[in-house]
Design a protein. Structure first.
Length: 81
């Protein structure tokens, strides 16, 4: 018998609400996150100004995501310790 999926619009919206709350907590509790935010805005702004290619955008976005993921994991470990 197939399992029923818990997928619904309401559960997806709740997931996004929790994710945004986590980003808010990260920004509220970690001063370095504000530096990462400024660097993200600068990187995106310069990318737009310089008209970088799609492949270069992929590299920039990948780097931004890695930095934010590392900061979030580091913050989570700090909260746990």
């Amino acid at each position: 018998m197939a399992e029923e999926s818990d997928f619904s619009l309401a559960s997806r919206l709740e997931s996004f609400r929790c994710a945004f709350r986590g980003v808010g907590t990260l920004l509220a509790s970690q001063p370095n996150a504000w530096i990462h935010l400024a660097a993200t805005v600068c990187a995106v702004g310069l990318g737009l100004l310089l008209g970088i290619s799609r492949l270069e955008w992929c590299a920039v976005v990948f780097a931004i995501v890695l930095v934010w993921a590392a900061e979030a994991l580091n913050s989570a470990f700090e909260f746990l310790c």
